[in-house]
Write a protein that binds this ligand. Structure first.
Ligand SMILES: NC(=O)c1ccc[n+]([C@@H]2O[C@H](COP(=O)([O-])OP(=O)(O)OC[C@H]3O[C@@H](n4cnc5c(N)ncnc54)[C@H](O)[C@@H]3O)[C@@H](O)[C@H]2O)c1
Ligand SMILES: [Zn+2]
Ligand SMILES: [Zn+2]
Length: 493
């Protein structure tokens, strides 16, 4: 089954926030910041990406892998357990700009005049399209990778979905990335109040190829390669109408119960949630657009401008992609902070200008050390948390300059001790960030197309569909940044 979609795809057009995307500034790579490589918490040989915990694709709480810091606690208590609660942000949508997706219309349209009204149901056309669709998907598999219950995965051949209205397209899935949230559902069967009650297809980070277009679709044609935006908002509520559709309370998000995900053969979706990939962007890179869009949204929330100094707490996939986007936005210093040295080595290679291994000292002391070693002067212009770890959130407030901006992206414990007075007297702008919204997917694709962000180095491996579970195991082991699974009809060389 596919995720439900709106029946009203005509709602207002998105105003794409014009995130300026200046040429990247030159990479200063001063080796400023890696003190204490052998700090107790930063085992030098710790596997990259260890302990892939959960993630929050649905506003899920992710267990923070935090360990560093907090002098007041004995070390053994420091590793915090994963809260299972759903962060409230998911339930508390809010208002804003505009709804509806993005996507510059592309001219081409097979066999449909451009000015043709979107009148449905010409029986002849329907018949023709059904035939085309059948031809396109003939003998193809809609094998789906299903989570039955925690630790119970299986494959099942499911019916190829049908277009639900004239504005939809059918996409053959080529590649899907595994997200922390997929792994969390697999292991625990729930994230917060999102509980897998019935078998659910996993996956939501996908790119594919159009095999059928609805009669009203003008922007895409059969054969186009697209990145799939996997959450479909109602398009009618105040959040949607103000452009912050990520806050829609009626969002139907792939692989968030009860909605099936995209680890399947074919996926029906509204055309305006499918973003055509530029020629120079591969389908594998296209599968990286989803997590990249998370990074785009976080960096936009931070209001990062050319010349800014940006500190990013956490060097998992989200933090690394934030670092890459911040560079693309023209930040002159991008500092990645983590407790695992090997992750910071990756960060430095692919995104950050500076790195810092968080120490077992107070958040204030870590902040001071980061400022000194990375020469941040009065503090960072923008700090983004992509760890969810309490000590790193606390350090962030000490780290940000007076009047600076702090963005919360990580979802760890739902409640923490927070230096609220400091935030007050520094007049910090504090923002949340949830998934992605108007313009983010479009910008993510543009960043790839213009080579301002290179996600190839984020892809740790690609496995055939039949080996999906092996790929999940690898992510669980934590040795990888991003694993991709080829679609069931995709042949890997
Ligand atoms: N806001 C959103 O829309 C959104 C979307 C996706 C993921 N997330 C959240 O973002 C976070 C990052 O996701 P990810 O997939 O990269 O997860 P991840 O677990 O791979 O990365 C988290 C990183 O934080 C590091 N870390 C732990 N404690 C730390 C500390 N005290 N200081 C510095 N770093 C520390 C870990 O070592 C790890 O590298 C998670 O909390 C996830 O739930 C949020
Ligand atoms: Zn994801
Ligand atoms: Zn809505």
């Amino acid at each position: 089954m596919t995720a439900p979609t709106s029946e009203n795809p005509t709602v207002a057009e998105a105003t794409l926030e014009q995130a300026s995307v200046p040429a990247p500034t030159e990479a200063t790579h001063p080796d400023a910041a890696i003190p204490g490589q052998d700090a107790p918490v930063a085992k030098p040989d710790a596997p990259a990406h260890e302990a892939v915990a959960s993630e929050v694709e649905a506003g899920e709480a992710k267990p923070a892998e935090e360990a560093a810091v907090e002098p007041s606690k004995p070390a053994a208590e420091e590793a915090q357990s994963a809260p299972e609660e759903q962060p409230q942000v998911a339930e508390q949508p809010e208002v804003a700009e505009q709804p509806a997706p993005t996507q510059a219309p592309e001219p081409v349209q097979e066999s449909k005049p451009a000015d043709e009204p979107a009148e449905p149901e010409l029986p002849a056309r329907e018949a023709k399209e059904e035939k085309e669709s059948a031809a396109a998907s003939d003998k193809k598999s809609n094998l789906s990778f299903i989570l039955n219950k925690p630790n119970d995965l299986s494959f099942e051949e499911r019916p190829i979905p049908k277009l639900k209205n004239d504005h939809e397209v059918l996409v053959g899935i080529n590649y899907t990335g595994i997200c922390g949230s997929d792994v969390h559902y697999w292991l625990h069967g729930a994230i917060g109040h999102f509980v897998v009650k019935d078998p659910m297809v996993l996956g939501h980070e996908s790119a594919g190829t159009i095999v059928e277009v609805g009669s009203a679709v003008k922007s895409l044609k059969v054969g186009d390669r697209v990145a799939l935006e996997p959450g479909y908002p109602c398009r009618r509520c105040s959040n949607c109408m103000s452009g912050r559709y990520n806050l829609c309370p009626d969002m139907a998000f792939a692989a968030t119960p009860p909605y099936d995900g995209t680890l399947t053969g074919f996926w029906a979706a509204p055309a305006d949630f499918c973003y055509k990939l530029p020629e120079n962007v591969s389908l594998q890179e296209g599968a990286m657009v989803e997590p990249l869009a998370v990074g785009v949204h976080l960096v936009k929330q931070g209001g990062v401008r050319p010349g800014d100094s940006v500190v990013i707490m956490g060097a998992g996939p989200v933090g690394l992609l934030c670092a890459a986007v911040a560079r693309a936005f023209g930040a002159s210093k991008v500092v990645s902070v983590d407790i695992v040295t090997s992750k910071l080595e990756v960060a430095k290679e692919i995104a950050a200008t500076h790195t810092y291994v968080s120490q077992r000292v107070s958040p204030e002391e870590n902040a001071k050390a980061i400022i000194e070693q990375c020469e941040l002067g009065d503090g960072a212009d923008v700090v983004i948390d992509a760890s969810g770890a309490e000590p790193s959130i606390q350090a962030s407030i000490h780290l940000v300059k007076n009047g600076g901006t702090y963005v919360q992206g990580g979802m760890g414990k739902p409640d923490i001790t927070f230096p609220i007075v400091l935030a007050c007297i520094k007049e910090i702008t504090l923002k949340g960030s949830f998934r992605y919204s108007s313009g983010d997917y479009k910008l993510a694709v543009q960043l790839l197309g213009s080579n301002l962000v290179d996600v190839k180095k984020f892809i740790s491996g690609v496995v055939p569909f039949k080996d999906a579970e092996k790929a999940f195991e690898k992510v669980k082991e934590g040795q990888v940044i991003k694993m991709l699974i080829a679609g069931p009809n995709e042949t890997l060389e």
